[in-house]
Design a protein around this ligand. Structure first.
Ligand code: ADP
Length: 417
């Protein structure tokens, strides 16, 4: 029997046994059968030409076809597939050929298989090295970004902390001078107020920094309590009404359907989140502008919108502003108050707001046609907040005589009370 005849004799059993043992599932088997047919034809070609390198481009194709997840899970290693195919070759040759023909065929195939092993191992090592280099490059880029954000943090923190510190230093030395000059009590009172303002600003900046680091490290803990959105906006309106009047602005809080329904959330944190949105809307809207709070009830969610008639935001910055220190425009401005037109800030507010909303299982995004200080196209911030009819905490549920529904539980452990 010639080697060709021997190959023909084992062709079908070789393909079907390899397909059955290597591929699982009907669809995969069909594809794999085609690959095995190609492989078998190539083996025959190599045996004919006496050049095992005829196998190379096919092996290269197989190695390249490995996906990223195959590489990460160290799955489908080609040498182990080849090893399996070699074993099947040995079995089907013994089962389908007389011993001397089987031996002659295995001898003819030996150099082809050993070349395949060597070449496949070489290709896989190369591919793994490329994969590891890509991972290292990615890790390196992340480290560089982290390093940059660390230095940004230090630079901006120093910049931000300096203003109130200078205020405190200035007022303290004025108090010293005034006490030496025997200044009256009223004058001292004014200076003490100045120190108090400086200390408050310092505390706000430090609180924001702590919040950002809690959010970054997934440590923001929420205290789920009953809440009513209309009441929350009512308190916010109360807080900002004087500034809004001072700046001749109008504020409209629409009583949208569902805003008076009870839901569960962290009142304090949500107040902080919407407060940031309110203060930004005031800050980036010129005097005489309008701010509107509206919303709607969607299946499972409230969608709250906060629109202003302010300077707007360039679409390229729509995601940047939610990053920490995501200030756009003149970033050398110090914090200059929460409501002054275009007042500078540390750029932490929106990243904290997003962290709070996301910890509740919601999301936030902005719509604005662009940035234009003359035309004032305005911005609309959208907040999606899940409606929770029960608190996550069973003790709280008992307190409110409710059944705990796990499907309404906060998204992560770190977001629990
Ligand atoms: P900041 O402390 O600077 O206010 P934020 O994180 O709250 O930081 O906001 C980031 C940036 O997003 C702001 O510096 C501003 O450029 C932009 N921004 C936020 N809200 C508005 C708005 N309503 N209109 C226009 N620009 C806004």
């Amino acid at each position: 029997m010639t080697i060709d005849d021997a190959l023909n004799a084992i062709h079908r059993p070789w393909v079907s046994r390899n397909t059955l043992t290597l591929a699982q599932g009907e669809e995969l088997r069909k594809n794999f059968e085609e690959l095995l047919e190609q492989f078998f034809d190539r083996i025959a070609q190599s045996v004919h030409s006496g050049d095992p390198a005829d196998m190379d481009d096919l092996l290269r194709e197989w190695v390249m076809a490995r996906t990223q997840s195959d590489l990460e899970a160290h799955r489908t290693s080609l040498p182990s597939i080849l090893n399996h195919m070699h074993l099947v070759t040995y079995q089907v040759a013994r089962e389908n050929l007389p011993d001397p023909d089987a031996l002659a065929l295995l001898e003819a195939l030996l150099p082809v298989f050993s070349h395949c092993f060597e070449y496949a191992a070489h290709l896989e090592i190369e591919e793994n090295i490329r994969h590891i280099s890509r991972q290292l490059e990615h890790a390196n880029k992340n480290l560089q970004r982290l390093d940059k954000s660390k230095s940004d943090f230090i630079a901006i923190a120093a910049h931000e902390l300096k203003t109130p510190l200078t205020l405190i230093e200035g007022y303290s030395s004025m108090i010293r001078d005034s006490s030496q000059l025997g200044s009256d009590r009223n004058n001292i009172e004014v200076l003490l107020n100045g120190i108090e303002n400086g200390a408050n600003r310092l505390r706000h900046i430090i609180d924001d920094m702590i919040d950002v680091s809690l959010i970054d490290n997934n440590l923001l803990s929420l205290n789920f309590q009953p809440l009513w959105l209309n009441r929350l906006f009512f308190v916010l309106r109360d807080e900002f009404i004087d500034v809004i009047e001072d700046r001749s602005m109008r504020l409209e809080v629409v009583d949208f359907p569902g805003c008076d329904e009870m839901t569960f959330g962290d009142n304090e944190r949500l107040y902080q989140a919407f407060r940031n949105l309110f203060s930004n809307a005031i800050k980036f809207t010129p005097d005489g502008g309008k701010i509107t709070v509206d919303g709607r009830k969607l299946p499972g969610f409230f969608e709250i919108t906060l629109s202003d008639t302010g300077i707007g935001i360039d679409p390229r910055d729509h995601s940047v502003i939610f990053e920490k220190f995501g200030r756009v425009g003149n970033t050398s401005l110090h914090s200059s108050g929460k409501t002054k037109f275009k007042g500078g800030g540390p750029g932490l507010g929106l990243s904290i707001t997003r962290g709070i909303i996301e910890a509740h299982g919601g999301s936030i995004w902005v719509e604005s046609s662009g940035y234009n200080e003359t035309m004032c196209p305005g911005s609309t911030f959208h907040v999606l907040l899940p409606i929770r009819s029960t608190p996550h905490d069973p003790k709280l549920a008992k307190l409110f005589a409710l059944d705990v529904d796990q499907s309404t539980a906060p998204p992560s452990e770190s977001a629990e009370a």
